[in-house]
Ligand binder design. Structure first.
Ligand code: ADP
Ligand code: MG
Length: 228
């Protein structure tokens, strides 16, 4: 087996609740290979977002180890983690987190401009990405003028601006009806094929999850393969 792109070993997370310690994740072993698409399924409150935050370096584990390729990143400082995230990760959330006063084009171009690209170049790439997600006719629409499914397409285009190796998606269709949700999964599957970007997609919807290559179930703080 080749080295995983992202891997954790015995990762755990507990929160202090008054005098009680509440353990959300227990000894999680997980790995993501380059180009792989994995779904993490669990009921509400099972710790899916917590796990995604740990894997994306947005939150610190209470125990265990985290690796990017062969580098252990468990104890990386915040600025090193932020740089790693910028270079390697894209995020998609349940609520699109687009800037309401900006157009679809500007929302996708913004992160690249912040990263130092010229506005013309950033907009050119944003246009290309928006065309790829089927929104060439919605470039100047603001989020409020888009449907839920269209907003998530913009969010996905934005997640791809830095050509990430990994996209972490937290309930990306949690706010959409069945048909729109289905088409977002189709888009993610296509983008995975075209770009070899690895995905971890968190969802409570087993039917949607089963379209991905691998399904892991989070229950009582423990992650295990889906039973056939
Ligand atoms: N900052 C926090 N402090 C205390 N408890 C938290 C915190 N964040 C999450 N939790 C608890 O951890 C559990 C898992 O939460 P979460 O990862 O958001 O679940 P999911 O995404 O599967 O719905 C929940 O019981 C939640 O209340
Ligand atoms: Mg969640």
């Amino acid at each position: 087996m080749t080295d995983a792109l992202l891997r954790c070993s015995k990762l755990s997370k507990s929160y202090q609740d008054g005098n009680n310690e509440v353990t959300v994740l227990k000894d999680i072993d997980f790995n993501l290979q380059a180009g792989e698409m994995v779904a993490v399924v669990g009921t509400s409150g099972s710790g899916k977002s917590t796990l995604l935050h740990l894997l994306g370096g947005l939150d610190k584990a209470s125990g265990g180890q985290l690796f990017y390729k062969t580098d252990e990143m468990t104890h990386w400082k915040a600025d090193k983690l932020a740089q790693w995230r910028n270079q390697n990760l894209g995020f998609v959330y349940q609520f699109h987190h687009l800037l309401p006063e900006f157009s679809a084009l500007e929302n996708v171009a913004m992160p690249q401009m912040i990263a130092g690209k010229s506005p013309a170049e950033a907009k050119r790439q944003a246009k290309q990405l928006l065309a790829r997600v089927g929104l060439e006719h919605r470039l100047s629409h603001r989020p409020a003028q888009l449907s839920g499914g269209e907003r998530q397409r913009v969010a996905i285009a934005r997640a791809f601006v830095n050509k990430p190796q990994i996209v972490l998606a937290d309930e990306p269709t949690g706010n959409l009806d069945g048909e729109a949700a289905e088409s977002i999964y189709q888009l993610m599957l296509e983008l995975n094929k075209e770009t070899n970007t690895a995905f971890i997609v968190v969802t409570h919807d087993l039917h949607l999850a089963e379209q991905l290559q691998r399904v892991e179930v989070l229950k009582n703080g423990v992650l295990h393969k889906e039973e056939d």
